[in-house]
Design a protein around this ligand. Structure first.
Ligand SMILES: [Zn+2]
Length: 641
């Protein structure tokens, strides 16, 4: 959001993320809702969506429509973000499409078309309709000389450079076929681009941008996977109204499946030129055209196989593969189960029928198992063949020091979290691993000639060296730098919180108590984090010495004193959360004193079940506050009562 230069009104990036995560518009003020819609729309069109298309329509836009059915925002053509170049008049206006979400809405539109036809003296029974998939790409207009962005629908920017870069018209078509979309094959995206771009939109934006094409976009264009697809050459069904309505769902499904590109619905239009002319357009949409959007949030599929994948921590993740299915427009063929215990208990094996839930992730989650089948539980690590072990619900590969998957994924994790470089995704890292690279610092020592020696192309090798330099020169927050090391329990959020109180230089010298004082760290987490930090310290210091441009988080304040710091407690009765001794130890770790008898100096008497009557009456006599176990646990967690 900061890089895109989107005018976000009063909305901070943090607030925008919060609103997106809430997936609800209920508590937003009207101004906030409008600001959020503007930002979400701009980021979506710029290739970095904060929410998906369906959430945008069904949650946020719907909320605005419910509050103000005539709000001007609803009737605006969503602008494409500007990619430099001054705006020029489009040869023909490129409007939005009116949207329908139900068959009733489609029937009302058909009635309007028929009414207009009757006014023109045409027989409604003779009318023809065209049904095509609605491509979810980057809209543009090709007049044969210039390719324009849609801009505000009337004025757009000249992006003819994409044809100069070798972009072809779909199906070997000619230039000059009017409106269409720049799209990328979903199969190609999954196989070759998914590790470099979060989603196809992100990639489409990179094809259009003014700066030099990166090597992946070049390859996708050369392979014919990224194309300009004019609407006029889309696979289409044509027929009369009765035919259309008779098998409406099947016709929509057929169009929905007819291309290997992301689609977000189908487009219906009347084909008669005279009728189209007569019906005309509003400022927003052509009256003779309608988009029927499918809000398909879940799907049932049959599992073909379950493939184990070893993660950087050694946990083995089950990935279910199935025949491609569309979910919210995206063509999907894999989903992850949480862990192998779930695979075993629920019967996620070949032939099992599962239901998938839509999520923001590229890979969806398995929502439920509708019909189980015998699961296959791997005995050996798919990467290193080491015998696997159970750790709670998870299968893990204990070969942490020499399992190729764990080493490669840790290296890829570093570059991914650093997020100021391109090109060091899974495939590149695997290749580097095959050539003996075992640590991030060794990768930073590589030069273009070394990459070429490993079989990378000359241009890609230059690019990889340049990216390594860039990742050291570009400013990076210290919390992100620390999180890139992938210490268990030190993800980005926890690193941010920790570095608000302690500078990076002191992070390796913190005690467990120091860490415990930071919100979000319980005793166990602090111990794990401290051990993890000690383990990465030598590598951390060597990497930092390579000259990364690390930006210190401003120190907010001294870490808050724990509410139990300096307090005196007495525990009595039976606690649900554990033995009194263990709980007393936890309280002591937070700076509390734990006594055996109630005195005037006691701050709290913690009374569990069957609390001692003598202690209770002593507390009453001495004016000591009595709290129950739930209140005590809140104190332990750092809350004040
Ligand atoms: Zn392994």
């Amino acid at each position: 959001m900061r890089q895109s230069g989107v005018d976000a009104g009063r909305l901070s990036p943090e607030r925008a993320c919060h609103i997106a995560a809430a997936r609800s518009a209920e508590t937003l003020s009207e101004q906030e809702l409008l600001d959020f819609l503007t930002v979400a729309n701009a980021l979506y069109r710029g290739g970095a969506p904060v929410i998906d298309d369906a959430d945008y329509d069904f949650i946020y836009l719907a909320a605005l429509r419910a509050r103000h059915p005539e709000h001007p925002f609803l009737h605006m053509v969503e602008p494409e973000p500007e990619f430099a170049g001054k705006a020029v008049e489009l040869p023909a206006p490129m409007l939005s499409t009116e949207k329908a979400y139900s068959l009733e809405e489609v029937e009302r539109w058909l009635a309007r078309v028929e009414k207009a036809a009757a006014e023109l003296g045409l027989d409604p029974a003779d009318l023809n309709y065209r049904l095509t998939p609605k491509l979810d790409g980057y809209a543009a207009y090709d007049d044969g000389q210039v390719l324009y962005t849609r801009g505000d629908g009337r004025r757009g920017a000249d992006i003819s450079r994409v044809f100069a870069r070798g972009l072809q018209v779909a199906n070997g078509g000619e230039r000059g076929q009017g409106p269409g979309e720049i799209v990328v094959s979903r199969a190609y995206f999954d196989a070759h681009l998914a590790e470099f771009f979060d989603n196809p939109r992100n990639f489409q934006a990179s094809v259009i941008k003014e700066k030099e094409l990166d090597v992946y976009a070049e390859q996708a264009i050369a392979a014919g996977a990224a194309v300009f697809y004019p609407f006029s050459v889309l696979p289409a069904w044509e027929g009369g109204k009765d035919e259309l309505l008779r098998d409406f769902e099947q016709r929509v499904q057929a169009a929905w499946q007819s291309v290997d590109y992301d689609v977000d619905g189908v487009v219906l239009e009347a084909t008669d030129p005279e009728l189209k002319q007569y019906m005309g357009a509003t400022r927003h949409h052509h009256r003779w055209q309608l988009a029927f959007k499918i809000n398909q949030e879940s799907a049932e599929v049959t599992v073909v196989r379950v493939v184990p994948q070893t993660s950087r921590s050694g946990r083995v993740t089950p990935v279910a593969e199935f025949e491609p299915v569309r979910l919210s427009g995206a063509l999907l063929s894999r989903a992850t189960a949480h862990h192998y215990r779930m695979v075993q208990d629920k019967g996620i094996g070949p032939g099992a029928v599962i239901s998938l839930a839509r999520s923001g992730e590229v890979i969806p989650k398995i929502e439920a198992v509708l019909s189980p089948a015998e699961a296959e539980i791997p005995e050996h690590c798919p990467s290193c063949e080491h015998v696997l072990a159970w750790d709670g619900d998870y299968l893990v590969c204990p070969n942490n020091l020499s399992c190729p998957a764990q080493i490669s994924n840790s290296m890829a994790h570093f570059f991914k979290v650093l997020a100021n470089n391109d090109g060091f995704g899974g495939k590149t890292i695997d290749k580097l691993y095959q050539h003996g690279l075992r640590g991030v610092e060794d990768i930073y020592a590589l030069r273009a000639a070394d990459f070429e020696g490993m079989g990378f192309g000359p241009k890609q090798s230059q690019n990889l060296e340049a990216q390594l330099l860039r990742s050291r020169q570009e400013a990076v927050e210290d919390s992100r730098f620390l999180a890139a090391f992938g210490v268990f329990r030190l993800g980005l959020g926890n690193c941010e919180r920790l570095l608000q109180y302690y500078p990076l230089a002191e992070i390796f010298d913190l005690t467990e108590e120091d860490i415990c004082r930071v919100e979000g760290f319980a005793e166990k987490t602090a111990a794990v984090a401290r051990a993890g930090l000690a383990a990465i310290r030598p590598m951390f210091e060597r990497l930092l010495a390579l000259g990364f441009n690390v930006q210190a988080t401003p120190i907010a304040a001294a870490p808050p004193d724990h509410p139990l710091q300096g307090k005196t407690l007495v525990l009595t009765g039976t606690m649900q959360a554990g033995g009194r001794e263990a709980l007393a130890k936890q309280a002591k770790a937070r700076g509390a004193k734990v006594g055996a008898a109630v005195s005037a100096k006691t701050d709290y008497l913690v009374a569990g079940e069957d609390a001692g009557a003598a202690k209770l009456s002593a507390a009453e006599a001495k004016g000591v506050r009595v709290i129950d176990e739930a209140e005590f646990l809140r104190l332990l967690a750092g809350e004040t009562l």
